[in-house]
Design a protein around this ligand. Structure first.
Ligand code: SF4
Length: 292
């Protein structure tokens, strides 16, 4: 039996950095410390942060003092203004890659009539990005919405940093037929692209594949969809104890992958659970890298 872990599974650079900043802020400040929404899309990590005095605030209007940490997804300029006007201290943990996309949207808004942003309209990164578009941003979640767009002489297109690369490519094809001059920016971050590619490759090599992560994590859902397309025996689990003997039945190669907000502990626990479920079998563990 072989347990194979996809390359780049688990916490990405931006989320690790935000967690580090949050812990440092908690250590430095005596006042209340909040994160604006969940710092990462993982209920176990959020519960742990809460225990250490880092509170996840869902409603900005309820915060009247203390420090607010902006999470890796970033926020719109309007949110910075709102917090500043309320005299609330801001610690900015926006991922530098997301910051770069925000700057891109801001620059495009000066020269483009329309900026198409491919992504989930409820995702915090998208809600933040649209705020930099000077009212020129249009969110497209799927190909059907792209097909409804009118013909235009000129427009730009970019994408949520954790989106499915195939959805972006298909959307760009649709837009190319509707736009005379399409300015294309693939803003999916490298870490996401590697994770998606290695998960897809792994799905074609194993008998069963577990995608581990919070059900509210959009990038983990994307990984699940990518893997499920290749391998029917793909399971989306939040915790190791959801792995059952039936899921492992007859499997000699077992794959694991996790989203950008899946802590390494969750992946290790899944490995332990699989090993203990199949304790009489020989096992080998490795991490695979993407093929080029
Ligand atoms: S997925 Fe990429 S862009 Fe998003 S927070 Fe992580 S490193 Fe940054």
């Amino acid at each position: 039996m072989e347990i194979i872990i996809a390359e780049n599974s688990g916490l990405c650079y931006g989320v690790k950095r935000a967690l580090r900043i949050a812990k440092q802020t908690r250590a430095d400040k005596s006042e209340k410390v909040y994160t604006l929404g969940d710092l990462i899309h993982n209920p176990q990590v959020i519960a742990d942060l809460e225990k250490h005095g880092i509170h996840s605030a869902k409603d900005l209007n309820k915060i009247n003092n203390g420090t607010v940490i902006i999470r890796s997804h970033g926020v719109s300029p309007q949110i910075y203004d709102f917090l500043t006007n309320k005299n609330i201290n801001i610690v900015d943990a926006t991922c530098p890659i997301v910051k770069k996309i925000q700057r891109l949207v801001s620059n495009l808004s000066k020269k483009e009539e329309e900026i198409i942003i491919v992504g989930n309209k409820e995702h915090p990164e998208i809600k933040g990005l649209i705020g930099y578009s000077q009212g020129k941003g249009v969110i497209i979640e799927n190909e059907a919405q792209a097909r409804k767009l009118p013909q235009k002489r000129k427009r730009a297109v970019l994408v949520q940093s954790t989106q499915n690369i195939h959805l972006f490519q298909r959307t760009v094809n649709i837009l190319s037929a509707r736009t005379e001059k399409l300015d294309i920016h693939n803003t999916i971050c490298q870490s996401t692209q590697t994770r998606q590619k290695s998960t897809s490759e792994l799905a074609s090599q194993v008998d069963v594949l577990f995608i581990i992560g919070g059900k509210n994590s959009s990038n983990t859902h994307t990984l699940y969809k990518i893997s499920k397309k290749v391998l029917t025996n793909t399971y989306f689990i939040e915790k190791a104890n959801q792995i059952t003997p039936e899921m492992l039945k007859g499997a000699s190669k077992i794959g694991l992958s996790g989203g950008a907000s899946t802590p390494p502990k969750a992946i290790k626990e899944a490995v332990v659970k699989i090993k203990s479920s199949l304790k009489y079998q020989f096992h080998r563990e490795k991490t695979v890298k993407c093929l080029n």
